[in-house]
Design a binder for this molecule. Structure first.
Ligand code: SAH
Ligand code: DHB
Ligand code: MG
Length: 217
């Protein structure tokens, strides 16, 4: 996008445009539709990625031929299923979730991963589960979408545990519009941005809340 208004944050998408695009570009399969609607149906927060953001995850995994991927923040399994669908045969996804209720909703959804792709849901605080995962690395991609106060720590872990050329992807890097505020959470996400820019070739895709993508140097 390239005009002064859009540079200031004006957007051109509408609910009707999204409906048109989602009908055309998908997802078209039932399992992804169910995973996407699971938060609404089960009373979980409706904070999963958008449909087309999910499609971007699948496409990125295919582009890099991903086999070993870590997701921090499972919720109901929608983005996890999107990642899993882009993995090579024999690929593995580890997805980390703190809330037992979210994990319970996600488990059946993640069963729809492609045959030959293994998904492991690790319950608990990612600050504790990530160190235990190190032995499975190096990884091809890490997707961050959990507590934003943890982003600096998760980003540092990703820099340590991704292969050269591996992808760091992070949702909510505008921090709901609060990125530049003076509080601990915003400071942590700004620290994440600084560290990501240092260890990765980065850009931020202007999704509703910003999606950072970086290639590990
Ligand atoms: N990636 C999902 C949405 C994730 S919402 C999707 O697009 O479908 C954020 C999730 O992170 C919530 O389920 C929340 O419970 C989880 N979370 C928050 N803090 C966490 C932590 N410290 N460790 C692991 N998961 C955490
Ligand atoms: C929230 C978390 C997210 O990851 C997101 O994309 C939107 C909202 C939240 O915690 O409110
Ligand atoms: Mg998010």
């Amino acid at each position: 996008m390239a005009d002064p208004k859009s540079r200031e944050g004006q957007r051109y998408d509408t609910a009707e445009i999204h409906a048109f695009l989602d009908a055309l570009h998908g997802p078209h399969d039932k399992a992804l539709g169910l995973a996407f609607s699971a938060p609404e149906r089960t009373g979980l927060p409706q904070i999963q990625l958008g449909q087309q953001e999910g499609g971007l995850l699948t496409l990125l995994m295919r582009l890099i031929g991903a086999r070993r991927v870590v997701e921090v923040g499972t919720l109901a399994g929608y983005s996890g299923l999107r990642l899993a669908r882009g993995l090579q045969p024999g690929g593995r996804l580890w997805t980390l979730e703190y809330h037992p209720r979210h994990a319970m909703v996600a488990r059946p959804a993640l069963v729809a991963a492609p045959p030959g792709v293994t998904v492991k849901l690790l319950e608990g605080d990612a600050k504790e589960t990530l160190p235990k995962l190190e032995i499975e690395g190096p990884f091809d991609a890490v997707f961050l979408d959990a507590d934003k106060a943890g982003y600096a720590e998760y980003g540092a872990w990703a820099a340590q545990n991704l292969r050269a050329g591996g992808l760091l992807i992070a949702d909510n890097v505008y921090l709901f519009g609060r990125l530049l505020e003076e509080n601990e959470e915003a400071e942590a996400v700004r620290r994440f941005h600084h560290e990501a820019a240092e260890a990765f070739d980065t850009c931020v895709v202007p999704t509703p809340d910003g999606l950072l993508i970086g290639i590990k140097r």
